[in-house]
Write a protein that binds this ligand. Structure first.
Ligand code: ZN
Length: 183
């Protein structure tokens, strides 16, 4: 897979003072997760004004949207929050998609369906969920779980699903070559 971005290219694009400010903040990025093909994280979770920031490759260009109001194309225009999310994502060997879409909203949790919808017998009234909205919905559910619960759930499934195990190791920047059935 082609490398879309690395520390070198980031350093080549972003002003040094923004980088200097972003690195300490990147240590404090919480809740980093894939969203619309890019990386979504909450910057400054412990500060009075945490900002959710999203960065991803839209039409091949690193693009960002941040709660501080920054919506821009090109890392050279990123706010500190966006650079921090990119740094945090690089630290975690984040699987960037080359075809991300700028999300309309940075809100993770999806609103619950109106009461009665789920209980409706027959259920033909509701159109089938697209894969993307299923992911959004499940991300919303997952983001409400404590990290330890989430980790256990993921590990239990990864233990019996080699593809998930491989994806998990890749996301963690660990080699996956050792995954061989029944050794
Ligand atoms: Zn920002």
């Amino acid at each position: 897979m082609a490398v879309l971005i690395d520390f070198d290219s980031l350093h080549g694009s972003v002003a040094p003072e923004i980088l200097d400010a972003a690195y300490p903040v990147a240590e404090d990025v919480d809740d980093l997760r894939p969203h619309s093909g890019g990386a979504l994280g909450t910057v400054g979770q412990d500060s009075p004004a945490p900002q959710r920031a999203w960065a991803g490759f839209v039409d091949g260009t690193l693009t960002g949207r941040c709660e501080c109001g920054t919506v821009t194309t090109g890392p050279e225009n990123f706010c500190v929050h966006l650079v921090a999310v990119v740094v945090a994502a690089l630290n975690e060997a984040f699987p960037w998609s080359p075809t991300a879409t700028l999300p309309d909203t940075l809100d993770g949790p999806v609103t619950a369906p109106p009461p009665g919808t789920a209980a409706t017998a027959g259920g033909a009234a509701r159109p089938p969920e697209s894969p993307e909205s299923t992911i959004r919905r499940l991300v919303g559910v997952a983001s409400t779980l404590p990290p330890a619960t989430l980790a256990l759930l993921l590990a239990q499934h990864a233990a019996v699903d080699p593809r998930l195990e491989s994806a998990l190791l890749t996301a963690a920047g660990l080699p996956t070559a050792h995954i061989v059935k029944s050794s």
